[in-house]
Design a protein around this ligand. Structure first.
Ligand code: SAH
Length: 348
C-alpha cells in the first residue's frame, strides 16, 4: 500500500479534492505527519472520522520496519529497514559537531556497478518512492524525538544512484524541505551523483538550492572508467562541462567526492591531475577514507599519504577537506550491511 509520506502538499490537496474535502485539510494532515509526527493516522483528532477512514483505505503511514541495526563506538548508527515487499534498505545516522546527518538510500540495490562499492554487489531491484525515502527520515526523526534530537542534514548517499531515480528523489527533497513538512533547509540536503549528465542538466535548470556532490574518484577517463562504468557513458569532459554550467548558472559551490584507494588513485600524479581538472571551478574536493569491502581487493590509503595528497591539492590551488572516518567498526560502507544480510554467510 502506498505511504501517505509519498504525497507532496499539492498531491495531497488533489486527493482531498477527490474526497470532497477543503484544501486546508492538507496542511492539517502535514502538521500531524511532520510536526506532531503521529505514529498512526487515527491520531489526527481534528479530522473527520470519515476522512481518516478514507485515507486509511488508500494509504499506510509507515512502509518500513527495522530489521536490524549496528551502532559504532562513535555513535554512528546503521539501520537496516524492510520494505513492504520484503526488500531491504539501509540508512546511516552520523553525529557531527554541526549536527546529526542522515544518509538515506534512494534505490534497492544499484546498477551503476562501481567496482569499489558494496551497493553494486546487489543489482537494482527497484527505485524507492519519495514516501519510502521520507519514511527512512521519519523513522529516525521519531527515534531522535525521544532525546530532543533532530535530523539536521540529509545526504542522499546511501545505496542507489539518486539521479537514476530523479523524479522520486526530487519529490522526496520537496517533502522534507517543505515548511509544512520537516522543514529541513535546502542547503542542509545534499544529493550525491556518480555523474549522470542529462540529470545534472535537468537539476541545473530547476535552480534548486539543494547541494550537489559528485563522485569523481579518478582524475582521468582511463582510470575512472575502470572504477566507475558510468564514465563510459558520460566521460569527464562532458561531466565537467555540465557541472561548470550548473555551478555558474546557479552560483553554487560543488563538492567532489574522492575516495582514496591505496595505489589506485592516490599517487602524486593523480593529485596534480585532479587539481588541474578542478582548478578555477567553484568547488572543493572531499577526500574520503575508503571503507574496505571484503570482496573487491581495494585498500584504504594510509593517513600520512592522504594528508600528502591533500597538501598537493591545496598547493595546486584546489580546496579540499579530509573526511574523518565514521562508523569504522560497523559495516558503514554503502550497501555493506545490506549485502551481508542478503548474502548470509558469504560475507561474514
Ligand atoms: N550513487 C551516488 C550516491 C551513493 S554512493 C554516488 O555515486 O555518489 C555515496 C558515496 O559513497 C559515493 O561517493 C561513493 O563512491 C562512496 N562509496 C561507495 N563505497 C564506498 C566505500 N566502501 N567507502 C567509502 N565510500 C564509498
Amino acid at each position: 500500500m502506498q505511504t501517505i509520506y509519498d504525497l507532496n502538499l499539492k498531491m495531497l490537496e488533489e486527493v482531498l479534492a477527490e474526497y470532497g474535502q477543503k484544501p486546508y485539510r492538507a496542511k492539517q494532515i502535514y502538521h500531524w505527519l511532520y510536526q506532531k509526527r503521529c505514529s498512526s493516522l487515527d491520531e489526527m483528532s481534528d479530522l473527520p472520522a470519515a476522512l481518516i477512514d478514507r485515507l486509511k483505505e488508500n494509504y499506510c503511514l509507515d512502509p518500513l520496519k527495522e530489521l536490524t541495526r549496528q551502532v559504532a563506538k562513535d555513535g554512528t548508527t546503521k539501520y537496516l529497514f524492510e520494505m513492504q515487499d520484503g526488500s531491504s534498505v539501509e540508512a546511516v545516522l552520523m553525529h557531527f559537531h554541526f549536527g546529526d546527518s542522515l544518509c538515506v538510500s534512494s534505490q534497492i540495490g544499484c546498477n551503476m556497478g562501481c567496482s569499489f562499492c558494496a551497493s553494486g554487489l546487489l543489482k537494482k531491484q527497484r527505485d524507492l518512492t519519495a514516501g519510502e525515502m521520507a519514511a527512512e527520515v521519519m523513522y529516525v526523526q521519531k527515534e531522535l524525538d525521544a532525546v530532543q534530537g533532530r535530523v539536521d542534514n540529509i545526504v542522499i548517499m546511501g545505496t542507489g544512484e539518486p539521479f537514476d531515480n530523479y523524479d522520486n528523489v526530487m519529490r522526496f527533497c520537496e517533502i522534507i524541505n517543505s515548511d509544512h513538512g520537516l522543514a529541513i533547509g535546502a542547503r542542509h540536503i545534499t544529493i550525491s551523483t556518480c555523474g549522470i549528465v542529462p540529470a545534472i542538466n535537468d537539476f541545473a535548470k530547476g535552480h534548486y538550492q539543494y547541494n550537489l556532490a559528485v563522485s569523481l574518484h579518478a582524475p582521468n577517463d582511463e582510470l575512472r572508467a575502470k572504477l566507475m562504468p558510468v564514465d563510459r557513458a558520460y566521460p569527464l569532459d562532458r561531466l565537467m562541462d555540465a557541472l561548470k554550467k550548473y555551478s555558474e548558472d546557479n552560483h553554487r559551490r560543488l563538492t567532489f567526492e574522492y575516495i582514496l584507494l591505496h595505489d589506485v588513485n592516490d599517487t602524486d600524479e593523480h593529485a596534480v591531475q585532479l587539481a588541474d581538472l578542478i582548478r578555477g571551478m567553484n568547488a572543493y574536493v572531499n577526500l574520503i577514507p575508503y571503507n574496505e569491502v571484503d570482496e573487491n581487493g581495494y585498500h584504504t590509503t594510509n593517513e600520512k599519504k592522504a594528508l600528502h595528497f591533500y597538501d598537493i591539492l591545496m598547493k595546486h590551488g584546489v580546496k579540499a577537506t579530509l573526511r574523518s572516518k565514521h562508523g569504522e567498526d560497523i559495516d558503514a560502507a554503502c550497501g555493506q550491511l545490506r549485502a551481508k544480510h542478503e548474502m548470509g554467510s558469504r560475507t561474514e
